[in-house]
Write a protein that binds this ligand. Sequence first.
Ligand code: SF4
Length: 495
Amino acid sequence: MSGTTTALGMMLSLSSMPCSSSSSSSAASSARSTTSSSSRFDGRGTSSMTMKMIAATRRRRTTMTPTKISTSVRAAGAAKTSDTSFDPREYRRKLGKSDRYTRKFLNDPEAKNRMEEEGIGYSMSGLVAQMKEKNFVHVEGDVTVKLADSYGFCWGVERAVQMCYEARKQYPTEKMWITNEIIHNPTVNMRLSEMGVNFIEEKDGVKDFGPVQSGEVVVLPAFGASIHEMKLLVEKGVSIVDTTCPWVSKVWNAVDRHARKVFTSIIHGKYAHEETVATASFAKTYLVVKDMKEASWVCDYILNGTATKAEFLEKFKNAHSDGFDPEKDLNAVGIANQTTMLKGETEAIGKLFERTMMEKHGVQNLGEHYLVTDTICDATQERQDAIYKLVDEKPDIMMIVGGFNSSNTSHLQEISEDANITSFWVDTADRIDTENNKIAWRTSYGEMRETENWLPEGKLTIGITSGASTPDKVVEDVLEAIFMSKAKTAAGSAR
Ligand code: SF4
């Protein structure tokens, strides 16, 4: 842990513009505690964040009060440098050579075993593992459960969590931070908190890096961090453990390619999502469109001038790069995406811009005005394909399991709702009140609801899947709660 901020800054020999923090995060949400930890991996005991989580969980257990959950993280980002010569890719490349930075995955079996023991990973012998062996079906009493054939933890998430365990082992005594939830799952984040990993908290919607001191360790989550945050951390003299998923880095490379060709990056994503904030920080000129409707609006503007420049800038006021000029900056565009968006929609948006550019500039000139790279993550795609298959089988109920601020999980719920299946999205089994046959759940559009008598009497087929950041154990806990509720309901009606 030797070296100073200045020395590292000189080694990187890059802009000395001061960075201040920003980019907000939703704080780790509440969750059930997992098993206790042993000395090797444990840092400093229960943090205040953990206490808040536990308190929130207790409140929920007793009241199940529906709450409105914000799905997005406000875009802020650490202060952007105004130095136009600042080259994010070059900065990251040099950072990669620093002895205070690592993105190396050690694949340490001890860390992997620890994750398994603590229910933070794949199920090896539980019900989910058994279902995989039995054609993804399980029957218990009146309930038939069908598990999607692709679900849960993706390799990028597993890798990020394991890297965090590895970092705790490598730095057993250093104070450790994470710039955001490592992944969007309350159970996992609770466990990290128990291991003494502190979450950077927000003040007035802005991340507060003030408490982070030189010599401490900061983990960057699976969905990455903005280049401005990385620069701020370098200047603070911390050691950085970068768990960014390689698929996310692939998108960063795509927007970098756009910038080098002087193309504008059209990013299909949610402008306030941390991953999109990070991706945008690697782009030079960008516009974020959240769905097909917004993309169509932009294409209409390009072809038909259907709005004024002022109207354009007002509509996308939080979703474009500084100094964006729609009259000039939509002449040549490249497509990129938040890796967790609906695959079909990203493809459709790409096709729409391709057609628009052909119409505007002629087929023969398309290459000068349109660029596409396949950056849709396989894991997201496979989980979406699997749920389409499952809802086609028309189960009576769909259960979607995953963190309430997980974008990929919200899309699973959206697909299920669109198929007109009664769908309940829960983040932990605590949402199910087994005594009273009641459930608190979230819609794909962010509304918390509470449903009484949610499990009907008699035979029932339930489809179940989970988001890419959900450990199998959480799915098993949800199934256990369902079986328990159903058994109580049956016993009640028999009396
Ligand atoms: S969902 Fe895809 S991009 Fe996100 S962490 Fe997993 S593998 Fe990586």
